[in-house]
Design a binder for this molecule. Sequence first.
Ligand code: G4P
Length: 345
Amino acid sequence: MAIQWFPGHMHLTKQVITERIKAIDVVIELLDARLPGSSANPMLAQLTASRPTLKVLNKQDMADPLRTAPWLTHYNSQPGTRAIALDSSDTAAAQRLIASCRALAPLRGGMVKPMRVLICGIPNVGKSTLINSLVRKRAAKAADEAGVTKAEQRISLADDFYLYDTPGMLWPRIIVAKSGYNLAASGAVGRNAFDDEEVALELLDYLKGPYADRLQARYKLSEVTGLSDDELLTEIGRKRGALQSGGRVNTQKAAELVINDFRTGQLGPITLETPEEFDLWLAAGQKLDAERQVKKDAIELNRLIKFKKIPRPPRAPNTDTRQDPSQDQSQDTSSDALTPDETQP
Ligand code: G4P
């Protein structure tokens, strides 16, 4: 896996969200409409499970509308959840946000019980842009509120509607390999964390399925699907003049070109995952994660036993009835068996 990801300060963010959520009625989770599943933070879902959630698929102008619709249906079918798609040019963003939040918490509202909403999103998902446009519309009615963090922003979107910016940074947690690549392609992961060529190859591998015609049109290629990912990247580099001495293709430069074209929308509106695809990736990622955890636990257990912090657990009795009881290995005196000393607390 090429994504070297070190989520900094997540522990602090977790604590602060846990504290803040107690006085919150609705959580707005900002997602990147081009990669809704990958741009979600699984930790946030756990921390906010007790609150209704509005999923905002942001940057909808860059996403494939034919795929945004099924994502909205997918989220709208979940209990306590509504979903809308937005982009920074949406002039009615504030009204749409307010109406959707009110529908999620109909008992809140009015000066006595104002609606309190927390807005969260991973870096680069467009949170600052959206908040800035909301603040401008509301004649800069934003205030720093003394709270768990120094500069926690409270924005009043209506007289009885407060929007709180997430304290701290909400990094994505990458348990799905494909999500890592999609996050890197979108710009949510810093450049030092991944290898451009690997990300571009993964991106091309996906695009040449549903978006082969876009690649053909953008890079003036006669065919795409018959080429391997490496051949495709090389061909793109040749067509776009990403060459080095001797006329060879500079694949690093070609990779940067492809990633940049995706980020800036030169390939047209594209969505890198469908709900069904993401579910499959997630199931595979969770299985791997669970296997890794079992291995880690076993290593930790052995370490504790080795340093005599805990006694070795007794072996399971041998239930094989065909075996002569006198040969029962569970009674053994091998070097693995506990010495009297090891059984002491
Ligand atoms: P963040 O606070 O969540 O980290 O994200 P931020 O608002 O800084 O937005 C990250 C980038 O995404 C910015 O581009 C911003 O202009 C762009 N962006 C935000 N919302 C939308 C949207 O709805 N549609 C599109 N197409 N882009 C959006 P940038 O190139 O990093 O910065 P800049 O050139 O805008 O200064």
